[in-house]
Design a protein around this ligand. Structure first.
Ligand SMILES: O=C(O)C(=O)C[C@]1(C(=O)O)C=C[C@@H](O)C=C1
Length: 255
């Protein structure tokens, strides 16, 4: 392990290569409490000043390590450098030791949280904590609610952020691909119609099997996830419905 306490010059992968993340146990209390109090103070002014004494923090953390919440501890060389508290779909707390930020430890802990809560997560973050908000945004969380802080202990404005989960994230990406696919299908149908206007035998009667086989072969070379037979089925349908639409357009022109 070559890490230093500073962030400077630390490649992210070097910083977390030896990171050990495990469930916390009561014996971790001293190390976790020391990290927590130091980190919480160092986080000011990104976070509002703490409202609890170190003794109160210690009692709280003892409860967490005794199972109040799911407590995950990140260690580097046996030193506690991160803490993640999960409760249902809530990231209750995420702390990375002062001097260890920017090394990817928060990302590792959040990825773990996503792994154990694939259906989605939410969290509150102080509006002033721009570093944390950036991390959450990078990790796919979106802001869904803002408050003036009246409801939290620190009375500081905060933001609720939500990660919708693996399934919703993947469906969102499918929607984006489908938007592009729809535009391309629309453009292609217009071109098929244009070709029909120039053919001596247009429409279904003028279908050109050789040209269609060429199209399928070219596309099959780019679609290894589907294979030639499925691409042939898709293009057969695309061409047939495009010719139908072109026929409708010609009929409409005549009327
Ligand atoms: O290239 C043609 O001849 C067309 O009419 C266009 C098109 C196509 O949409 O790509 C449609 C029908 C033919 O069977 C082959 C190709």
């Amino acid at each position: 392990m070559t890490s230093t306490d500073g962030d400077a010059g630390m490649e992210r992968s070097d910083g977390v290569a030896d990171l050990v993340v495990r469930l916390g146990v009561p014996d971790d209390l001293d190390a976790v409490a020391a990290m927590f109090s130091e980190t919480r103070l160092a986080a000011v002014p990104m976070m509002p000043p703490p409202v609890h004494t170190p003794d109160e923090d210690r009692a709280f953390l003892s409860d967490q390590l005794h199972g109040d919440r799911e407590a995950w501890v990140a260690e580097l060389d046996g030193e506690v450098v991160g803490l993640l508290l999960l409760e249902d779909d809530w990231v209750h707390s995420l702390y990375v030791a002062a001097g260890r930020t920017g090394q990817g430890i928060g990302t590792v802990l959040l990825d773990l949280a996503k792994g154990v809560r694939p259906d989605g997560l939410q969290l509150w973050v102080f509006e002033s904590n721009t570093d944390a908000r950036r991390l959450y945004e990078r990790e796919g969380f979106v802001a869904v609610e803002r408050t003036d802080g009246a409801g939290n202990e620190e009375k500081a404005p905060d933001v609720r952020m939500v990660w919708r989960g693996d399934l919703a994230e993947l469906r969102g990406r499918i929607d984006e691909v489908d938007d592009r696919l729809a535009d391309l299908l629309n453009e292609r149908a217009a071109l098929t119609a244009e070709v029909q206007r120039r053919k001596t035998v247009p429409g279904h009667a003028g279908r050109d099997a050789e040209r269609e086989a060429e199209i399928v072969a070219r596309m099959a070379a780019r679609t290894p996830n589907l294979g030639p037979e499925r691409v042939a089925a898709i293009m057969h349908t695309v061409i047939a419905v495009s010719l139908d639409a072109a026929g409708d357009a010609v009929d409409a022109d005549r009327r």
